[in-house]
Design a protein around this ligand. Structure first.
Ligand SMILES: Nc1ncnc2c1ncn2[C@@H]1O[C@H](COP(=O)(O)OP(=O)(O)O)[C@@H](O)[C@H]1O
Ligand SMILES: [Mg+2]
Length: 265
């Protein structure tokens, strides 16, 4: 089991010699194999939440648990994908994907099979020997996601992973992620600015308040999904009741706008 739990989490930061709260009383659980999208105004502490689940930072108060135990630090059970692809420019696609596996003590043939499988899954076959600069932004981000998936982590932490992509590539990547998540469900915490993306991808969408961030509300998306179409290589209108989709999207937009208007400082 690999649920992520934020239990009354606070986080203080220092600025100009004074400490200020970035997060105050965050309560959120991402169930085992659940996909939760986190949306909220800029600076509300989304990335800080994700970094605590990754083990890059510790909470100032409260607890962050993964699999029922406090996060001790970064670990191979959790993979992180950032907005910036962060590939090694001097390594090929295959070597970039292979990178994290080297420390897993896996035999070479098994490692090769695994890399080949994930490269195929991400639609990167034929590009194994290409270098990142020879690929489009969308393909580079596929490599970054492949590198995370190849470790077969129980938990995927994604911080605006499609934010740097053009609109068309973004849609392709969203559909890819839906497809892969269907084949290989994982516990996912996914930060995005894009409300439609959140509703399309997630089982539930958590909306944060302005700084100091806490969870304002959590919306369940599963109810408006047409489950029988879910595993088709489908567009939003094929997997959702469109009217409910628009309704939910508008609700979240309003909820976010309240934060921005009320909370500018
Ligand atoms: N290492 C840090 N030191 C000081 N302040 C930080 C640090 N990391 C984040 N912050 C501040 O904490 C707040 C939340 O940041 P962040 O989690 O990046 O928000 P978001 O991802 O929602 O935009 C912001 O005010 C940011 O400036
Ligand atoms: Mg951020």
């Amino acid at each position: 089991m690999s649920a992520i739990e934020f239990d009354n989490v606070g986080r203080l930061f220092e600025r100009d010699g004074r400490s200020f709260p970035a997060l105050d009383g965050v309560d959120l659980t991402v169930a085992d194999k659940e996909f939760v999208a986190l949306v909220g105004p800029s600076g509300c502490g989304k990335t800080t939440c994700l970094r605590m689940a990754a083990g890059f930072e510790a909470p100032s108060s409260g607890r962050v648990l993964v699999g029922g135990a406090p996060v001790p630090g970064p670990g191979p059970d959790r993979a992180v994908v950032f907005q910036q692809f962060a590939l090694f420019p001097w390594k090929t696609v295959a070597d970039n994907v292979a990178f994290g596996l080297r420390n897993k003590g896996m035999a070479a043939p098994e490692r090769r099979d695994r890399i080949a499988a994930i490269i195929k899954l991400m639609g990167l076959d034929g590009y194994e020997t290409a270098f990142p600069h020879q690929l489009s932004g969308g393909m580079q981000q596929r490599v970054a996601i492949a590198r995370a998936y190849v470790l077969d982590p129980q938990v995927l932490l994604m911080d605006e992973p499609f934010g740097a992509l053009d609109a068309q590539t973004r849609v392709v990547m969203q559909e890819e992620l839906v497809r892969i998540a269907r084949i290989n469900p994982r516990t996912v915490l996914f930060i995005t600015h894009a409300v439609e993306e959140a509703v399309y991808l997630a089982d539930r969408v958590a909306v944060m308040t302005q700084r100091p961030g806490r969870i304002k509300e959590v919306l369940d998306v599963r109810a408006i999904r047409a489950a029988e179409n879910w595993d088709r290589h489908a567009r939003v209108e094929d997997v959702m009741d469109l009217e409910s989709f628009v309704h939910l999207r508008t609700h979240i937009w309003r909820s976010l706008r309240e934060e921005k208007v009320g909370g500018e400082r």
